[in-house]
Ligand binder design. Sequence first.
Ligand code: AMP
Length: 409
Amino acid sequence: MCLQKKDYYMYQAYRPKSKFGGNNSNYNRNRFQGRPKRSFGESIDPNRFVQKATNFNIEIPTEIKNKFADFKFCQELNRNLQYKKYEIPTPIQDQSIEHIMNGRDIVGLANTGTGKTAAFLLPLINRAFLNKNERVLIIAPTRELANQISNEMHEFSFSMKVFQATCVGGMPMGKQIQSLRRNPNFVIGTPGRLKDLANKNFLKLETFHNIILDEVDRMLDMGFVDDISEILNLLPKDRQSLFFSATMPPKIRVLVDKFLVNPVTVQIKSRDTAENVDQDVVRCSKDQKLEKLHEILSKPETDKVLIFSETKRDVEKLTNDLIAKGFRADSIHGDKRQGQRQRSLNLFKTSQVKILVATDVAARGIDIKDISHVINYTQPQTYTDYIHRIGRTGRCGKTGIALTFVESR
Ligand code: AMP
């Protein structure tokens, strides 16, 4: 089977482009200085929330030079790749796997959805299979993303005796300490928890000669810069470092210059996910909002819906309102324990619940392919946030629908 265009879109993700007025330098600056409060956020012209999806019968821009066979992975890994039906590398895999196998440091400019997880996991699983003393540290900004990487890792390394531990915040430390004691080849975690474990000497950073930072821009955005620098400083000097980020603001450039050695930069031109999304506004007064939302959710074509609201309280309230109205809805936000968040995500992923209400931060890193609608019950703070939100729909070559509530007086 060869890579179909519709498959290709599965790993396309948004990178900000000036076409939508999302000026990149502002984007970077905002992300740097932390998330602005509502009163400091952009005032977004509602007309920018209206746009028809373009049809996606366009040429795939990047030529893929390698086949997976060219990377000469061990037989066991090739078998697992076949099982996962990976046949053709995505552009980021095509351009970075060989460099990683050759031990080069990498700066990968690519977003979620481009296949970057396999780009770094495959060569390193291969290496750890050949040398059971190899140790790899993977740092991701959110628990969800760390768990997602861990799940992919399980599938790629099936029956290869390459072991892993996942160490994320919000989960009991005891089990994580136990799994670290077994000296796993891979440790995947979030910055705060990894730093805690290292400070308590359960995580021996000096033993990791491979380090991956995933979604570096989001980690900085979330205020993890000191934790990351601290961790990087404690790693051995002779190591391979791979940094992945959707953008390269100056603060990341500083990290790259300080911690990477002669890195290869691989930049993937992602297609704008927004092109796959029919975008429209729902104008109504504040009092009519809930009723209007019920109306939309009751339509037969509204299948699987991710609803964004601003605060954890708003999310909880809206979810309860929807449940009271007889909808099966669930929520994710920062006040929920990690186990609860994971359960809610799984229910949504497996379509046992078709409505998930979320805050922006909790929804980061969600990779669920069949979301039919994204509804912005409250407007996002910046246009970049808007594009991130609506990028959750319109995947796998399908057209998604994004509706944004605009309150009229
Ligand atoms: P990622 O950007 O790593 O989150 O990957 C996005 C999605 O694309 C995931 O569901 C992967 O399983 C899938 N994917 C990544 N690489 C390939 C490939 N070479 N062939 C088919 N699917 C892939």
